[in-house]
Design a protein around this ligand. Structure first.
Ligand SMILES: Cc1ncc(C[n+]2csc(CCOP(=O)(O)OP(=O)(O)O)c2C)c(N)n1
Length: 369
Protein backbone atom coordinates (compact mmCIF):
# COMPACT_ATOMS: atom_id res chain seq x y z
CA UNK A 1 0.00 0.00 0.00
CA UNK A 2 1.01 3.63 -0.33
CA UNK A 3 0.91 5.88 2.70
CA UNK A 4 -1.53 8.59 1.63
CA UNK A 5 0.02 11.40 3.61
CA UNK A 6 3.57 10.55 2.58
CA UNK A 7 2.47 10.44 -1.05
CA UNK A 8 0.90 13.88 -0.71
CA UNK A 9 3.96 15.25 1.10
CA UNK A 10 6.22 13.92 -1.63
CA UNK A 11 4.14 15.70 -4.29
CA UNK A 12 4.59 18.91 -2.32
CA UNK A 13 8.37 18.48 -2.13
CA UNK A 14 8.25 18.36 -5.93
CA UNK A 15 6.35 21.64 -5.97
CA UNK A 16 3.24 19.80 -7.20
CA UNK A 17 0.88 21.75 -4.96
CA UNK A 18 -1.97 22.79 -7.25
CA UNK A 19 -4.80 20.26 -7.35
CA UNK A 20 -8.05 20.16 -9.31
CA UNK A 21 -10.47 17.35 -9.98
CA UNK A 22 -13.62 15.41 -9.25
CA UNK A 23 -13.47 13.00 -6.29
CA UNK A 24 -13.41 9.25 -6.79
CA UNK A 25 -14.04 6.37 -4.41
CA UNK A 26 -10.61 4.81 -5.11
CA UNK A 27 -8.96 8.17 -4.44
CA UNK A 28 -11.15 8.92 -1.42
CA UNK A 29 -8.26 8.96 1.06
CA UNK A 30 -6.01 10.99 -1.20
CA UNK A 31 -8.83 13.48 -1.88
CA UNK A 32 -9.45 13.87 1.87
CA UNK A 33 -5.75 14.44 2.50
CA UNK A 34 -5.47 17.00 -0.31
CA UNK A 35 -8.56 18.76 0.96
CA UNK A 36 -7.34 18.95 4.52
CA UNK A 37 -3.85 20.12 3.64
CA UNK A 38 -4.47 22.55 0.78
CA UNK A 39 -6.03 25.98 0.81
CA UNK A 40 -9.08 26.59 -1.31
CA UNK A 41 -7.25 28.02 -4.32
CA UNK A 42 -4.91 25.02 -4.41
CA UNK A 43 -7.53 22.28 -4.31
CA UNK A 44 -10.41 23.04 -6.62
CA UNK A 45 -13.15 20.45 -6.68
CA UNK A 46 -14.39 21.07 -10.19
CA UNK A 47 -17.81 20.55 -11.69
CA UNK A 48 -16.36 18.02 -14.14
CA UNK A 49 -13.01 16.55 -15.07
CA UNK A 50 -12.60 18.64 -18.25
CA UNK A 51 -12.72 21.80 -16.16
CA UNK A 52 -9.91 20.41 -14.01
CA UNK A 53 -7.67 19.88 -17.05
CA UNK A 54 -8.42 23.42 -18.20
CA UNK A 55 -7.68 24.84 -14.74
CA UNK A 56 -4.35 23.02 -14.56
CA UNK A 57 -3.56 24.40 -18.03
CA UNK A 58 -4.29 28.00 -17.08
CA UNK A 59 -2.35 27.64 -13.86
CA UNK A 60 0.68 26.31 -15.71
CA UNK A 61 0.64 29.14 -18.24
CA UNK A 62 0.65 31.85 -15.58
CA UNK A 63 2.84 30.21 -12.91
CA UNK A 64 5.10 27.91 -14.92
CA UNK A 65 4.26 25.20 -12.34
CA UNK A 66 2.55 21.88 -13.01
CA UNK A 67 -1.00 21.17 -11.94
CA UNK A 68 -2.23 17.84 -10.58
CA UNK A 69 -5.61 16.64 -11.86
CA UNK A 70 -7.40 13.83 -10.02
CA UNK A 71 -10.32 11.87 -11.39
CA UNK A 72 -12.02 8.51 -11.60
CA UNK A 73 -11.47 6.82 -14.98
CA UNK A 74 -15.21 7.41 -15.63
CA UNK A 75 -14.23 11.05 -15.98
CA UNK A 76 -11.80 10.49 -18.85
CA UNK A 77 -14.64 11.17 -21.27
CA UNK A 78 -15.20 14.61 -19.76
CA UNK A 79 -11.47 15.30 -19.97
CA UNK A 80 -10.82 14.13 -23.54
CA UNK A 81 -11.66 17.44 -25.19
CA UNK A 82 -9.25 19.67 -23.22
CA UNK A 83 -6.64 16.89 -23.16
CA UNK A 84 -6.66 16.67 -26.95
CA UNK A 85 -7.42 20.22 -28.00
CA UNK A 86 -5.69 22.20 -25.26
CA UNK A 87 -2.99 20.28 -23.38
CA UNK A 88 -1.93 18.06 -26.28
CA UNK A 89 1.62 18.50 -27.58
CA UNK A 90 0.28 19.39 -31.03
CA UNK A 91 -1.81 22.21 -29.60
CA UNK A 92 -0.55 24.16 -26.51
CA UNK A 93 1.61 21.35 -25.13
CA UNK A 94 0.83 21.68 -21.44
CA UNK A 95 2.42 19.44 -18.83
CA UNK A 96 0.34 18.17 -15.94
CA UNK A 97 0.09 15.13 -13.72
CA UNK A 98 -3.17 13.20 -14.01
CA UNK A 99 -3.99 10.90 -11.08
CA UNK A 100 -6.64 8.45 -12.22
CA UNK A 101 -8.59 5.92 -10.12
CA UNK A 102 -8.84 2.66 -12.08
CA UNK A 103 -12.35 1.30 -11.54
CA UNK A 104 -13.10 -1.86 -13.48
CA UNK A 105 -9.50 -2.95 -13.74
CA UNK A 106 -9.54 -6.25 -15.66
CA UNK A 107 -9.58 -9.19 -13.25
CA UNK A 108 -10.97 -7.13 -10.35
CA UNK A 109 -14.68 -7.49 -9.61
CA UNK A 110 -16.59 -4.26 -10.18
CA UNK A 111 -19.98 -2.90 -11.18
CA UNK A 112 -21.24 -3.14 -14.80
CA UNK A 113 -20.74 0.56 -15.55
CA UNK A 114 -17.03 0.25 -14.78
CA UNK A 115 -16.18 -2.88 -16.75
CA UNK A 116 -15.78 -1.40 -20.25
CA UNK A 117 -14.24 1.82 -18.95
CA UNK A 118 -11.74 -0.22 -16.91
CA UNK A 119 -10.85 -2.39 -19.87
CA UNK A 120 -10.08 0.53 -22.17
CA UNK A 121 -8.55 2.96 -19.67
CA UNK A 122 -4.90 2.42 -20.56
CA UNK A 123 -5.70 2.12 -24.27
CA UNK A 124 -7.68 5.36 -24.20
CA UNK A 125 -4.75 7.27 -22.73
CA UNK A 126 -2.32 5.62 -25.11
CA UNK A 127 -4.52 6.47 -28.08
CA UNK A 128 -4.40 10.08 -26.91
CA UNK A 129 -0.60 9.86 -26.74
CA UNK A 130 -0.63 10.07 -22.94
CA UNK A 131 1.75 7.71 -21.20
CA UNK A 132 0.38 5.71 -18.26
CA UNK A 133 2.37 4.82 -15.17
CA UNK A 134 0.82 2.34 -12.75
CA UNK A 135 1.31 3.56 -9.20
CA UNK A 136 2.71 1.08 -6.67
CA UNK A 137 4.62 1.03 -3.38
CA UNK A 138 7.63 2.68 -5.05
CA UNK A 139 5.68 5.90 -5.22
CA UNK A 140 8.68 8.21 -4.96
CA UNK A 141 10.26 6.60 -8.00
CA UNK A 142 6.97 6.86 -9.92
CA UNK A 143 6.46 10.50 -9.00
CA UNK A 144 10.08 11.29 -9.91
CA UNK A 145 9.59 9.62 -13.27
CA UNK A 146 6.32 11.48 -13.96
CA UNK A 147 7.83 14.79 -12.92
CA UNK A 148 10.83 14.33 -15.18
CA UNK A 149 8.58 13.21 -18.03
CA UNK A 150 6.18 16.15 -17.91
CA UNK A 151 8.97 18.69 -17.52
CA UNK A 152 11.04 17.35 -20.39
CA UNK A 153 8.17 16.48 -22.76
CA UNK A 154 5.80 19.36 -21.93
CA UNK A 155 2.76 17.11 -21.96
CA UNK A 156 0.45 15.33 -19.52
CA UNK A 157 1.18 11.92 -18.00
CA UNK A 158 -1.30 9.66 -16.20
CA UNK A 159 -0.55 7.98 -12.89
CA UNK A 160 -3.00 5.10 -12.63
CA UNK A 161 -4.23 4.09 -9.17
CA UNK A 162 -5.50 0.58 -8.46
CA UNK A 163 -8.19 -0.25 -5.93
CA UNK A 164 -7.11 -0.26 -2.28
CA UNK A 165 -3.67 1.26 -2.88
CA UNK A 166 -3.85 4.27 -0.59
CA UNK A 167 -3.90 3.84 3.18
CA UNK A 168 -6.77 5.26 5.19
CA UNK A 169 -6.48 8.97 5.81
CA UNK A 170 -8.36 9.89 8.93
CA UNK A 171 -10.13 13.20 8.55
CA UNK A 172 -13.08 14.83 10.24
CA UNK A 173 -16.33 13.32 8.97
CA UNK A 174 -18.25 15.79 6.82
CA UNK A 175 -21.59 16.83 8.31
CA UNK A 176 -24.39 19.30 7.69
CA UNK A 177 -27.36 20.22 9.82
CA UNK A 178 -30.22 18.91 7.73
CA UNK A 179 -32.75 16.54 9.20
CA UNK A 180 -33.51 13.63 6.93
CA UNK A 181 -31.32 11.19 5.04
CA UNK A 182 -31.32 10.80 1.27
CA UNK A 183 -32.81 7.34 1.69
CA UNK A 184 -35.69 8.67 3.82
CA UNK A 185 -36.34 11.35 1.22
CA UNK A 186 -36.37 8.71 -1.52
CA UNK A 187 -38.84 6.54 0.39
CA UNK A 188 -41.17 9.50 0.78
CA UNK A 189 -40.88 10.33 -2.91
CA UNK A 190 -41.66 6.73 -3.90
CA UNK A 191 -44.67 6.78 -1.54
CA UNK A 192 -46.06 9.74 -3.47
CA UNK A 193 -45.80 8.19 -6.94
CA UNK A 194 -48.24 5.95 -8.74
CA UNK A 195 -47.59 2.95 -10.94
CA UNK A 196 -47.51 4.94 -14.16
CA UNK A 197 -44.89 7.38 -12.94
CA UNK A 198 -41.29 6.77 -13.97
CA UNK A 199 -38.07 7.73 -12.24
CA UNK A 200 -34.62 8.49 -13.62
CA UNK A 201 -32.27 8.41 -10.64
CA UNK A 202 -28.74 9.70 -10.48
CA UNK A 203 -25.34 8.01 -10.26
CA UNK A 204 -24.09 6.72 -6.93
CA UNK A 205 -25.98 5.80 -3.81
CA UNK A 206 -29.27 7.42 -4.90
CA UNK A 207 -29.82 4.66 -7.44
CA UNK A 208 -28.58 1.98 -5.05
CA UNK A 209 -30.99 3.17 -2.36
CA UNK A 210 -33.88 3.42 -4.79
CA UNK A 211 -33.21 -0.14 -5.90
CA UNK A 212 -33.34 -1.38 -2.31
CA UNK A 213 -36.48 0.60 -1.53
CA UNK A 214 -38.26 -1.19 -4.39
CA UNK A 215 -36.95 -4.55 -3.13
CA UNK A 216 -38.21 -3.77 0.37
CA UNK A 217 -41.62 -2.83 -1.00
CA UNK A 218 -41.62 -5.98 -3.16
CA UNK A 219 -42.08 -3.79 -6.22
CA UNK A 220 -40.56 -4.23 -9.64
CA UNK A 221 -37.76 -2.02 -10.94
CA UNK A 222 -39.41 -1.39 -14.28
CA UNK A 223 -40.39 2.19 -13.38
CA UNK A 224 -36.88 3.23 -12.43
CA UNK A 225 -34.00 4.02 -14.72
CA UNK A 226 -30.94 3.63 -12.51
CA UNK A 227 -28.31 5.88 -14.08
CA UNK A 228 -25.43 3.80 -12.77
CA UNK A 229 -22.79 5.62 -14.85
CA UNK A 230 -22.95 8.76 -16.97
CA UNK A 231 -22.80 11.11 -13.99
CA UNK A 232 -24.39 14.48 -14.66
CA UNK A 233 -26.62 13.29 -17.49
CA UNK A 234 -29.62 12.19 -15.44
CA UNK A 235 -31.60 15.33 -16.24
CA UNK A 236 -31.01 14.93 -19.98
CA UNK A 237 -31.96 11.24 -19.92
CA UNK A 238 -35.17 12.21 -18.11
CA UNK A 239 -35.82 15.04 -20.56
CA UNK A 240 -35.48 12.66 -23.53
CA UNK A 241 -37.74 10.16 -21.80
CA UNK A 242 -40.38 12.81 -21.11
CA UNK A 243 -40.42 13.84 -24.76
CA UNK A 244 -40.86 10.23 -25.87
CA UNK A 245 -43.76 9.52 -23.51
CA UNK A 246 -46.83 11.07 -21.95
CA UNK A 247 -46.14 9.50 -18.55
CA UNK A 248 -44.72 11.60 -15.76
CA UNK A 249 -40.95 11.33 -15.58
CA UNK A 250 -39.39 12.22 -12.24
CA UNK A 251 -35.71 12.99 -12.47
CA UNK A 252 -34.02 12.45 -9.09
CA UNK A 253 -30.67 14.16 -9.24
CA UNK A 254 -27.79 14.79 -6.83
CA UNK A 255 -26.04 18.14 -6.38
CA UNK A 256 -22.69 16.88 -7.69
CA UNK A 257 -24.42 15.54 -10.76
CA UNK A 258 -26.51 18.73 -11.15
CA UNK A 259 -23.36 20.85 -11.12
CA UNK A 260 -21.36 18.51 -13.38
CA UNK A 261 -23.40 19.35 -16.49
CA UNK A 262 -25.35 22.38 -15.30
CA UNK A 263 -25.62 23.62 -18.88
CA UNK A 264 -28.45 21.16 -19.47
CA UNK A 265 -30.67 23.31 -17.23
CA UNK A 266 -30.46 26.13 -19.74
CA UNK A 267 -31.92 23.79 -22.35
CA UNK A 268 -34.54 21.91 -20.32
CA UNK A 269 -37.01 24.82 -19.94
CA UNK A 270 -36.91 25.47 -23.69
CA UNK A 271 -38.34 22.04 -24.53
CA UNK A 272 -39.67 20.26 -21.44
CA UNK A 273 -43.31 19.26 -21.44
CA UNK A 274 -45.52 19.18 -18.38
CA UNK A 275 -44.57 15.55 -17.63
CA UNK A 276 -40.92 16.42 -16.83
CA UNK A 277 -40.49 16.75 -13.05
CA UNK A 278 -37.16 17.61 -11.49
CA UNK A 279 -36.15 16.64 -7.96
CA UNK A 280 -32.73 17.55 -6.62
CA UNK A 281 -31.45 15.85 -3.48
CA UNK A 282 -28.97 18.35 -2.16
CA UNK A 283 -26.57 17.19 0.56
CA UNK A 284 -23.86 19.65 -0.45
CA UNK A 285 -21.44 16.83 -1.18
CA UNK A 286 -20.27 14.01 -3.41
CA UNK A 287 -21.55 11.75 -0.68
CA UNK A 288 -21.32 8.50 -2.66
CA UNK A 289 -17.55 8.73 -3.08
CA UNK A 290 -16.47 10.02 0.33
CA UNK A 291 -18.38 13.23 1.06
CA UNK A 292 -16.11 15.76 -0.64
CA UNK A 293 -18.02 19.07 -0.69
CA UNK A 294 -19.74 20.56 -3.71
CA UNK A 295 -20.60 24.24 -4.00
CA UNK A 296 -24.33 23.48 -3.98
CA UNK A 297 -24.98 25.11 -0.59
CA UNK A 298 -23.58 28.39 -1.97
CA UNK A 299 -26.07 28.49 -4.82
CA UNK A 300 -29.62 29.81 -4.62
CA UNK A 301 -30.90 26.91 -6.71
CA UNK A 302 -34.50 28.05 -6.47
CA UNK A 303 -33.66 31.44 -7.93
CA UNK A 304 -31.40 29.90 -10.51
CA UNK A 305 -33.96 27.42 -11.85
CA UNK A 306 -36.69 30.07 -11.84
CA UNK A 307 -34.46 32.42 -13.81
CA UNK A 308 -33.90 29.68 -16.39
CA UNK A 309 -37.62 29.22 -16.91
CA UNK A 310 -38.82 26.69 -14.32
CA UNK A 311 -42.32 27.73 -13.23
CA UNK A 312 -42.22 26.60 -9.59
CA UNK A 313 -39.31 25.47 -7.47
CA UNK A 314 -40.17 24.15 -4.02
CA UNK A 315 -37.81 23.58 -1.11
CA UNK A 316 -38.25 20.70 1.34
CA UNK A 317 -36.30 19.79 4.45
CA UNK A 318 -38.68 17.30 6.08
CA UNK A 319 -40.73 14.32 4.90
CA UNK A 320 -43.93 16.31 5.49
CA UNK A 321 -42.70 19.05 3.19
CA UNK A 322 -41.71 16.48 0.56
CA UNK A 323 -45.23 15.02 0.66
CA UNK A 324 -46.80 18.44 0.35
CA UNK A 325 -44.67 19.51 -2.60
CA UNK A 326 -44.81 16.15 -4.37
CA UNK A 327 -48.51 16.83 -4.57
CA UNK A 328 -47.85 20.22 -6.20
CA UNK A 329 -45.34 18.64 -8.54
CA UNK A 330 -48.02 16.39 -10.01
CA UNK A 331 -49.72 19.27 -11.76
CA UNK A 332 -48.48 22.19 -13.72
CA UNK A 333 -45.64 22.91 -16.05
CA UNK A 334 -41.94 22.66 -15.23
CA UNK A 335 -41.99 22.00 -11.54
CA UNK A 336 -38.94 21.31 -9.43
CA UNK A 337 -38.37 20.27 -5.86
CA UNK A 338 -35.07 20.77 -4.04
CA UNK A 339 -34.70 18.53 -0.98
CA UNK A 340 -31.98 19.29 1.56
CA UNK A 341 -30.69 16.16 3.27
CA UNK A 342 -28.02 15.22 5.73
CA UNK A 343 -24.96 13.16 4.80
CA UNK A 344 -24.45 9.46 5.24
CA UNK A 345 -25.92 6.18 4.18
CA UNK A 346 -26.40 2.68 5.54
CA UNK A 347 -23.26 0.57 5.95
CA UNK A 348 -25.09 -2.44 4.54
CA UNK A 349 -26.33 -0.66 1.41
CA UNK A 350 -26.32 -3.12 -1.48
CA UNK A 351 -26.06 -2.70 -5.22
CA UNK A 352 -28.58 -3.39 -7.98
CA UNK A 353 -28.84 -7.11 -8.65
CA UNK A 354 -30.34 -6.61 -12.11
CA UNK A 355 -28.11 -5.67 -15.03
CA UNK A 356 -28.43 -2.30 -16.78
CA UNK A 357 -29.74 -4.07 -19.90
CA UNK A 358 -32.41 -5.92 -17.88
CA UNK A 359 -33.32 -2.60 -16.28
CA UNK A 360 -33.70 -0.93 -19.67
CA UNK A 361 -35.67 -3.80 -21.21
CA UNK A 362 -38.11 -3.97 -18.30
CA UNK A 363 -38.61 -0.23 -18.52
CA UNK A 364 -39.16 -0.25 -22.27
CA UNK A 365 -41.79 -2.95 -21.84
CA UNK A 366 -43.48 -0.96 -19.08
CA UNK A 367 -43.62 2.14 -21.30
CA UNK A 368 -45.44 0.11 -23.92
CA UNK A 369 -48.07 -1.33 -21.58
C1 LIG B 1 -17.83 11.45 -14.84
C2 LIG B 1 -17.75 10.87 -13.48
N1 LIG B 1 -16.95 11.44 -12.58
C3 LIG B 1 -16.88 10.95 -11.31
C4 LIG B 1 -17.61 9.86 -10.96
C5 LIG B 1 -17.54 9.27 -9.55
N2 LIG B 1 -18.76 9.54 -8.80
C6 LIG B 1 -19.77 8.64 -8.67
S1 LIG B 1 -21.03 9.18 -7.72
C7 LIG B 1 -20.24 10.64 -7.44
C8 LIG B 1 -20.81 11.69 -6.53
C9 LIG B 1 -22.15 12.14 -6.90
O1 LIG B 1 -22.47 13.23 -6.07
P1 LIG B 1 -23.95 13.76 -5.98
O2 LIG B 1 -24.55 13.87 -7.32
O3 LIG B 1 -23.93 14.99 -5.15
O4 LIG B 1 -24.71 12.60 -5.23
P2 LIG B 1 -24.48 12.01 -3.75
O5 LIG B 1 -23.37 11.04 -3.89
O6 LIG B 1 -24.15 13.14 -2.84
O7 LIG B 1 -25.78 11.38 -3.43
C10 LIG B 1 -19.00 10.70 -8.11
C11 LIG B 1 -18.06 11.84 -8.08
C12 LIG B 1 -18.45 9.28 -11.95
N3 LIG B 1 -19.22 8.22 -11.71
N4 LIG B 1 -18.48 9.81 -13.18
Amino acid sequence: MVDTEKFYDYLITKNLDFFAGVPDSLLKNLCSCIKEKSDKTHNIITSNEGNAVALASGYHISSGKYGVVYMQNSGIGNAVNPLLSLADEEVYSIPMLLIVGWRGEPGIKDEPQHIKQGKVTIELFETMGIECVILDENYQEKIDYCYKYISSNNKPIALIVKKGLFTEYKSSKPINNYLITREEALETIVDCLNENDFIVSTTGKTSRELFEIREKRKEKHSNDFLTVGSMGHTSSIALGMSIGSENNIYCIDGDGSFIMHMGSFAIIPTVAKQNFKYILINNGAHESVGGQPTVAFNIDIQKMLLSLGFKNVYIAKTNEEIKKYMNNLKNGELQALVIYTKLGSRDNLGRPTISPIENKKAMMEKFRN
